[in-house]
Design a protein around this ligand. Structure first.
Ligand code: FES
Length: 108
């Protein structure tokens, strides 16, 4: 990450219950937030296969399943779990500050 990256508040912590996910937009970046057993994680929300938002799919344990062709990604690492997925999705630094969820993105 470059030095001019910035933490940006994208959601209230209470907005994502355990086992749920939420899509947010920061500038032109589509980001998926996940709550896995109380821990918040973030990845790119766009599937690496075609145009679909992962948050329109299904959360299954520590994996998310794409709604379009059922490709699966490991949430903690962004790792694509096999065909039809051609590559991983990027994980995004995320933290909880007080009542807010923040992600680290390139400052505009
Ligand atoms: S668009 Fe996600 S698996 Fe095809």
């Amino acid at each position: 990450m470059a030095d001019n990256d910035a933490w940006v508040t994208v959601a209230e912590r209470a907005a994502i219950a355990d086992g749920e996910m939420k899509g947010v937009t920061v500038g032109s970046q589509e980001i998926a937030l996940y709550n896995l057993k109380g821990e918040i994680y973030a990845t790119d929300n766009l599937c690496s296969h075609a145009f679909a938002f992962l948050t329109d799919g299904w959360l299954d344990g520590e994996e998310v399943e794409c709604p379009l062709h059922a490709g699966r990604f490991e949430i903690k690492t962004g790792k694509g779990m096999g065909p039809p997925i051609p590559c991983d999705v990027k994980t995004i630094p995320v933290r909880v500050e007080g009542d807010n969820i923040q992600v680290k993105v390139a400052a505009s």
